[in-house]
Design a binder for this molecule. Structure first.
Ligand SMILES: NC(=O)c1ccc[n+]([C@@H]2O[C@H](COP(=O)([O-])OP(=O)(O)OC[C@H]3O[C@@H](n4cnc5c(N)ncnc54)[C@H](O)[C@@H]3O)[C@@H](O)[C@H]2O)c1
Length: 282
């Protein structure tokens, strides 16, 4: 997109963390913003921070696991502002719940894939025809560096899938013909509330009773909490996203050291060799 001013952005997971920072950054760029989140009271506060700057914004309570709710979000955005130009499929959960030493905690996998992957799929289905029809649009999917490093977890699976479908979308001839851009945000550690994702865990995804974290899982969760606390500020990520939309850039990385750390794996893949011992987990 060549300019953002006067246009409309829809951001999911906008009540806190990176989504809120995107909404605020877009408002500063002169955009109208539709903030969507499953956490209603926090969403109201988030919308107030945007409208307090003089920008036009509305909040739409939306659970991204519900395709019909995403349709209603699109319709509410179009009703309010006429057209949607930028969509950020950003809502996500960490799902660092306990496995009880089992290989798969099914409730955990279902919940994380529903939010992190199906949230994005619903966003594509509901919004892409509209973006392609008017042709002045850009879609930003929030993946993660966890979408590039292997990991036997629901989070890794969800983020690898988001990386794959976003890069696939980048090549889609219909988007290219219409001039609709695509970005894949792959943050490293960012200082947000992601490790408290269980605050939004629905009843249907309640963890199995009596399942406890293994000592390794407890250690890993403490490590990740520490990294996130000292991570990048969401506003800095929002600047990168804003610039990537204007530059029509696919990859938005926040930590180039993490990107460099991919090299041994790629080399092993190219040589069809077993992967090297891991020095990084995300
Ligand atoms: N923080 C990090 O270090 C980091 C790193 C890589 C990727 N990410 C990704 O960034 C995105 C944003 O997360 P964040 O770090 O800002 O965390 P956050 O918890 O501050 O924000 C996530 C938002 O998503 C919302 N949400 C959760 N489930 C939802 C649902 N079903 N429907 C609608 N909204 C829902 C939450 O209410 C919250 O406002 C996520 O996709 C996350 O996986 C975060």
């Amino acid at each position: 997109m060549e300019s953002l001013s006067g246009k409309t952005a829809v951001v999911t997971g906008a009540a806190s963390g990176m989504g809120l920072a995107f909404a605020q950054r877009f408002a500063r760029a002169g955009m109208k913003v539709v903030l969507a989140d499953v956490e209603a009271p926090k969403l109201d506060e988030a919308v107030a921070t945007v409208t307090a700057t003089g920008a036009e914004a509305i909040g739409v309570v939306t659970d991204v696991t519900d395709g019909a709710a995403i349709d209603r979000l699109r319709d509410a955005a179009i009703d309010a502002f006429g057209r949607v130009h930028v969509l950020c499929n950003n809502a996500g959960v960490a799902g660092s719940g306990p496995s009880g030493g089992n290989f798969v905690n099914e409730a955990e996998w279902r919940w994380v894939l529903e939010v992190n992957l199906w949230g994005v799929i619903h966003g594509h289905r509901a919004f892409l025809p509209h973006l392609v029809e008017h042709g002045d649009g850009h879609i930003v999917n929030t993946a993660s560096m966890a979408g590039h490093f292997p990991g036997h977890s629901a989070y890794s699976a969800s983020k690898w899938a988001v990386v794959a479908i976003t890069e696939g979308l980048f090549h889609d001839p219909r988007l290219k013909a219409a001039g609709v851009g695509v970005s894949c945000l792959c943050p490293g550690w960012v200082n947000t509330a992601i490790m408290d994702s269980h605050r939004n865990r629905p009843e249907w995804a309640a963890p199995s009773h009596g399942v406890e974290a293994t000592p390794m899982e407890e250690m890993m969760a403490a490590f990740v909490r520490d990294q996130i606390r000292s991570g990048m500020e969401p506003a800095a990520v929002a600047d990168l996203v804003h610039d990537a939309i204007l530059a029509n850039r696919l990859w938005v990385f926040t930590d180039m050291q993490m990107v460099q750390a991919l090299e041994p794996r790629f080399n092993a893949v190219l040589a069809a060799e077993n992967p090297p011992e891991r020095s990084f987990d995300s």
